[in-house]
Ligand binder design. Structure first.
Ligand code: HPA
Ligand code: ZN
Length: 325
């Protein structure tokens, strides 16, 4: 009953790294097509290697996987495969991240990356009836100058990018490291978001709000460590894009029974359910909903509230939000 309800529920995804949707089968296909060596013999071996201890142990494998992406068509194929999964999961709107620096560092042109992704997103709007927005994420383990260079490359593609974000290794790379590049991005008309309070402390969430002027927080589950911050999130309806299966795989919580998303929902925090890197964490958005609902009892109104929250927290325009709710 709950399963059917979740399957049929229209969904909006706000936290998805397109590179993290690279399934082992496609990784193999692209490795062969592009003559790239990967340290695995077959897709099963790849899937078996996905045992992580923390965020960094995942990131090491995730950046390695992205090496098979070379041509515009590869970025198209990657994005299109994700969008077909969206259709199965009844996702009506999605806002996806891409990490240009992961690719430009290997000599791939910024335009190759973004044109492939953008073509798939436009085709999905026409053929699959799925709308989308694209968010460019800076890698926070790199320095702010590198982020400035990436922002400069993005200016020619302003029409394809709605916001800038911040991801990769959180601890030791606080939001304040990127204060000036985010200021510049805001001046150029981009919205801002940032990963904060996944492994890092609640103070990173506060910094992201105050210094980076973010419209929402990616992950943010550590907000519970600062009651003043928690009140602020509730009063100002600041959304958290929570990724339950990711949090279990990366050991942010030991078991789904201990995850704080349902408790946050009941405190009226604007929490949403998302898949983060579904090819690595064992499930797309429907599976994330199911995993939470199986571990913690919720009524149907509570489950549907995740979609209402996601519509409200999305970057679609006001009239469109009214139409969808
Ligand atoms: N956290 C930080 N960086 C990331 C993640 C994440 O969950 N996924 C991909 N890059
Ligand atoms: Zn993420």
């Amino acid at each position: 009953m709950i399963k059917k309800f979740i399957q049929g529920l229209p969904k909006v995804e706000l936290h998805l790294h397109i590179e993290g949707s690279l399934e082992p089968e496609l990784m193999f296909k692209l490795a062969q097509r592009n003559n790239i060596n990967i340290p695995f013999n077959d897709p099963n071996e790849v899937a078996k290697a996905y045992e992580f201890e923390n965020l960094q142990s995942f990131l090491d494998i995730y950046y390695q996987g992205a090496n098979v992406l070379i041509h515009e068509q590869d970025f198209f194929d990657l994005t299109w495969a994700y969008l077909l999964r969206c259709k199965q999961d009844n996702v009506i709107h999605t806002e996806i991240f891409f990490d240009p620096q992961t690719h430009t560092a290997r000599g791939i042109q910024f335009s190759t990356i973004i044109n492939g992704i953008d073509r798939a997103l436009k085709q999905a709007e026409q053929e699959l009836n799925i709308t989308s927005n694209l968010i460019m994420s800076f890698l926070r383990h790199l320095d702010e100058d590198a982020a400035f260079e990436t922002l400069a490359q993005a200016l020619q593609h302003k029409d394809k990018i709605i916001a800038v974000g911040l991801d990769s290794s959180e601890q030791g790379n606080p939001p304040n490291k990127f204060q000036y590049v985010f200021q510049q991005a805001l001046k150029e008309g981009f919205l801002t978001v940032a990963h904060a309070g996944e492994e890092g402390p609640a103070s990173y969430i506060t910094e992201a709000l105050n210094l980076l002027k973010v419209s929402r927080i990616d992950h943010g589950v550590r907000c519970v460590d600062d009651l003043e911050l928690l009140e602020h999130l509730i009063t100002h309806k600041i959304a958290l894009t929570v990724c339950p299966l990711s949090n279990i795989k990366l050991r942010v919580f030991e078991h789904m029974e201990q995850h704080n998303i349902v408790s946050l929902l009941r405190k009226n925090v604007c929490v949403t359910i998302n898949s983060d890197d579904p090819a690595y964490f064992g499930g797309y958005i429907t599976n994330n909903f199911l995993a939470v609902a199986q571990a913690q009892e919720m009524n149907l109104d509570e489950i549907a509230q995740f979609t209402y929250n996601a519509i409200n927290a999305s970057f679609i325009n006001h009239d469109e939000k009214i139409r969808l709710t």
